[in-house]
Ligand binder design. Structure first.
Ligand SMILES: [Zn+2]
Length: 480
C-alpha cells in the first residue's frame, strides 16, 4: 500500500498552509479538492495561495477550469485526482490532497459510496436547519401538516414513524427538502452499501490502508471572528474588482440570451450575490455616493454572514457524512483532528502534530489515538470514536425484559437506550411485578442466545445510519 495524506476542514482553518508545510518536509505534491479554487483567476474570491506561499510545491487541479464551466462532478474529480495521485507516486513523491469540498474528498476515498449528485452537494453545501425552515415554513408548522406532507412525498417513511414523533417526521422531511430525494430511498441504498462494505474485508482494511486523514478544525467562535477579519482584508486586496469581473461576465452572458444556472459553479461564489445590489447601483446611479457607500457596507456584512454559514455547512458535512462513512468503512481511527483555534499555537498544535503523524504513517509506525491529540479533538470526536470502538467489542448480552440477545457492545448499549427497552423498564417499575436492574446483569450472558445477531440488528433496524443528525437521547419526562 502506498501512502496518501488527505486534509479536510472548513474555510479559514489553514488547510492550504499545512499542506505546503507537509509537502516541503516529506517531498510532496498537492492536489486541490476545493471546487471554487479549481476555477482560473479570481485569486481573492477563491482564496488561492500566492505563488510565494506555494513555496515551489507543485499544485494540481488549481485554477484549471474556465469560469464558464460547471463544477466537476464527483466522478470526474475522482478520475482525475486518482490519475494525478498515480503520477505523483511514479515520481517517488507523496500525494497530499487538500480542500474544503469534502464531497470530492469523500468521493475519492470511499469506493462503494453512492454520492448523490444533487445541486448543493456539488459545492459541498448542505443547507442548515434554519435555512431549510426559512425556505420551507412547513418545517416549523404543526406536526399534522408535516406528516401530511411526508405522506405525500415519502409514504414509506411516513408509515414508519409514530404520528407524535415530530422529531423523526421532521428529520425525514428535512432530508427530502435538502437532497430532493426520499429518505427511504437513501436508507435503502445505505443498507445495500453497508452490506457490501461488511462483505469486504471489513476491519482488516484499517491495517492495509496507508492513508492519513487530517481534519483541521477551529472552534466556531474563533473561526467566525477570523472569517470576518478575512473578508475585510479581501476587500482591501480588491475583492470588489473581482466581483465586478464575475458580475460583468454574468451580465454579458445573460444579455446574449444564455441560460445561466446561478446555483452552480463560480456564479454562486461568496461575494457575487452579496455585492450585486452595489454593482448594479454603480451602473445605474454612479453619482449617488451615500447610496453606494451604504450598499457596499451591506455587501460586506452579507459576505461575512455568507462566509460564516459556509464554514458551518462544511463542518456539518464532515460530522454528518464523512465521519459516518469512515465509521462504516471501519477506518475512523485514521482521522486526526488538529486544532487551529489559536493561531499563536499553530506550530505546536497543527504543524508539529501534523508532521509527526505523517512521519509515523510513512514509517509504518503505530498511529496514536485521535482523541488523545488535544482537548478539542477529544471533545469533538469522542462520542463518534467511542461508538466506533464499541462496535468492535463482542459481547453476548440478553435483555430479560425484552427477550433479546445482543452480540456487540454497541448494539447492547443502543438497546439499553432504546425507547422500547426504557418503556419496558418503566412498565415493570410501575406494575412492580419484579425487581429489576436498569441494566440486566452479566449472568444473562451465559444463556444461549435467543436471537441471532442479524435478528437483533433487525430489531434495531429503524435506525438508519449515515444521515440522521444524532441519536435520540433518553428524555426523562417523555410520556409513555
Ligand atoms: Zn430490553
Amino acid at each position: 500500500m502506498e501512502p496518501l495524506v488527505v486534509i479536510y476542514g472548513s474555510t479559514g482553518t489553514g488547510k492550504s498552509d499545512l499542506a505546503v508545510e507537509l509537502a516541503t518536509r516529506f517531498n510532496g505534491e498537492i492536489i486541490n479538492a476545493d471546487a471554487m479554487q479549481m476555477y482560473e483567476g479570481l485569486p481573492i474570491i477563491t482564496n488561492k495561495l500566492t505563488s510565494s506561499e506555494k513555496r515551489g510545491i507543485p499544485h494540481h487541479l488549481l485554477g484549471n477550469i474556465p469560469l464558464e464551466d460547471e463544477p466537476w462532478s464527483v466522478t470526474h474529480f475522482k478520475r482525475e485526482a486518482n490519475r494525478i495521485v498515480a503520477e505523483i507516486r511514479d515520481r517517488g513523491k507523496l500525494p497530499i490532497v487538500v480542500g474544503g469540498t469534502s464531497y470530492y474528498l469523500d468521493g475519492l476515498l470511499f469506493d462503494e459510496r453512492l454520492v448523490e449528485e444533487h445541486k448543493d452537494a456539488a459545492a459541498g453545501i448542505l443547507p442548515t436547519r434554519d435555512e431549510l425552515e426559512a425556505q420551507y415554513p412547513i418545517l416549523s408548522g404543526p406536526a399534522e401538516a408535516m406528516l401530511a406532507k411526508l405522506r405525500e412525498v415519502d409514504p414509506a417513511m411516513a408509515n414508519r414513524w409514530h404520528p407524535n414523533d415530530i422529531r423523526k417526521i421532521r428529520n425525514s422531511l428535512e432530508i427530502y427538502f435538502s437532497t430532493g430525494r426520499r429518505a427511504s430511498d437513501i436508507y435503502a441504498e445505505q443498507r445495500v452499501r453497508k452490506g457490501a462494505a461488511q462483505a469486504r474485508s471489513g476491519s482488516k482494511r484499517s491495517n492495509s490502508w496507508k492513508t492519513l486523514l487530517i481534519w483541521l478544525y477551529a472552534k466556531p467562535e474563533v473561526l467566525n471572528e477570523r472569517l470576518e477579519t478575512r473578508v475585510d482584508k479581501m476587500v482591501d486586496k480588491g475583492l470588489l474588482d473581482e466581483t465586478a469581473e464575475v458580475y460583468t461576465k454574468l451580465q454579458s452572458r445573460l444579455a446574449a440570451g444564455e441560460d445561466v444556472d446561478r446555483t452552480k459553479g463560480i456564479w454562486q461564489s461568496i461575494g457575487l450575490k452579496q455585492f450585486e445590489p452595489y454593482l448594479r447601483a454603480l451602473e445605474e446611479t454612479p453619482d449617488d455616493h451615500s447610496k453606494l457607500d451604504a450598499l457596499k457596507q451591506a455587501g460586506i456584512e452579507d459576505t461575512k454572514t455568507a462566509n460564516r454559514r459556509y464554514a458551518k455547512s462544511q463542518v456539518r458535512w464532515i460530522t454528518m457524512k464523512t465521519l459516518t462513512s469512515l465509521q462504516e468503512e471501519k477506518v475512523l481511527d485514521r482521522l486526526f483532528l488538529l486544532d487551529s483555534s489559536n493561531i499563536q499555537l499553530w506550530k505546536e498544535e497543527v504543524l508539529e502534530k501534523g508532521v509527526e503523524l505523517t512521519r509515523q504513517l510513512l514509517a509504518d509506525e503505530q498511529l496514536p489515538q485521535a482523541v488523545d491529540l488535544s482537548e478539542t479533538a477529544r471533545e469533538v470526536l469522542s462520542s463518534k470514536v467511542e461508538r466506533s470502538n464499541r462496535q468492535e467489542v463482542a459481547c453476548n448480552q440478553t435483555c430479560d425484559l425484552c427477550k433479546k440477545t445482543f452480540l456487540t457492545e454497541d448494539l447492547w448499549q443502543t438497546h439499553l437506550k432504546s425507547k422500547k427497552h426504557r418503556k419496558a423498564v418503566e412498565w415493570v417499575k410501575r406494575t412492580s411485578l419484579m425487581v429489576i436492574d436498569q441494566a440486566p446483569g452479566k449472568e444473562a450472558a451465559q444463556e444461549e442466545p435467543r436471537v441471532s445477531q442479524g435478528e437483533a440488528q433487525a430489531a434495531q433496524g429503524e435506525q438508519p445510519q449515515g444521515i440522521q443528525e444524532a441519536e435520540s437521547k433518553p428524555k426523562p419526562n417523555e410520556p409513555l
